[in-house]
Ligand binder design. Structure first.
Ligand code: ZN
Length: 300
């Protein structure tokens, strides 16, 4: 019954076509480009000569913090249908952007959104769910009335029924993906060590682990064992939506380790920015031990 209704609603919403048609708040402009390239650390000089980074396309048509959301948005409409059917969890799964050309200062954009595939129900690691794809298309409006397609984005989310609605955190574990870049890290937590990846060529420390050194590009992966102490740089308290395997709320802290890298983990205490923390370890099972932060006092 639920499945029939979901498919019928998906067909109805898809038939609306490009239901959202929203102009950008501002034309493509240099001050906004300056902010973007600074934030991204992009030093390409072409972005100071009247062109905008293509990866910025979506930014021109964002709602902003206070603008009302578009009630006709087909993705939101489909989300509402699935939520009503009990698929309350949401997880972004993939996003593919296509750019036709560089945008230029002064151009006026608009974006349309239509619903793509709605596929399900499927059994996933998160629980039973539906994959929902929306397609955003960006156009430049020319003075002669012509609309030129300049970019497109496929955005896919998984709407799922969280495996355990009971709130018991013990039943389900979401294991991290391990590979040859990060297996040393998880081997470390198992043996009670917090390890930081180190470049074997230039000695630079880095986290999260990756294949190559961002400083000298060498592929020589080594590690050191951290002292396990650091200072809270920032934190969030996650209250909703539910996450399988965790009791809410979850406190997550981004910590500046004394060795100079930043690491994120949950914390067992109320913390504030600037608090000193020390790592501790929670053994989940034979396969997984998770690090978490425990407070060792306030102030820097
Ligand atoms: Zn290096």
């Amino acid at each position: 019954m639920g499945e029939q209704r979901i498919l019928a609603e998906a067909a109805r919403i898809r038939a609306l076509g490009e239901a959202v048609n929203r102009p950008a708040r501002d034309p493509v402009n240099q001050p906004h480009i300056n902010d973007w390239v600074e934030a991204m650390g992009n030093t390409n000089p072409r972005y100071h000569r009247g062109e905008a980074p293509p990866s910025m396309t979506q930014a021109w048509t964002m709602y902003g913090l206070v603008a009302p959301r578009d009630p006709d948005d087909p993705l939101h409409a489909m989300m509402a249908v699935l939520t009503a059917e009990g698929y309350t969890g949401v997880l972004g799964t993939n996003c593919e952007q296509t750019y036709e050309r560089y945008l230029r200062v002064g151009e006026q954009l608009r974006v349309t959104v239509r619903l793509g595939d709605v596929a399900g129900p499927k059994q996933t690691g998160m629980g039973e769910g539906w994959f929902v794809t929306s397609i955003s298309t960006w156009y430049v409006e020319h003075e002669d009335g012509r609309s030129e397609r300049v970019g497109e984005m496929l955005f896919r989310v998984l709407k799922f029924k969280p495996k355990q609605a009971s709130g018991d955190p013990g039943e389900f574990v979401l294991y991290p993906t391990t590979n040859r870049d990060n297996e040393f890290f998880w081997a470390g937590t198992k043996s009670g060590e917090l390890r930081i990846q180190k470049c074997g060529s230039c000695g630079a420390l880095r986290h999260p682990p990756g294949p190559s050194c961002p400083r000298c590009h060498a592929f020589d992966r080594q590690y050191i064992v951290a002292a396990g102490t650091g200072t809270v740089f920032s934190y969030v308290v996650h209250r909703h939506p539910p996450i399988p395997g965790h009791a809410l709320p979850i406190r997550l802290a981004l910590v500046d380790l004394d060795e100079g890298v930043r690491m994120v983990a949950t914390t067992d205490a109320d913390i504030e920015i600037g608090d000193r923390v020390r790592v501790a370890f929670r053994r989940v099972d034979d396969k997984l031990t998770l690090p978490y932060w425990t407070s060792i006092g306030g102030g820097r």
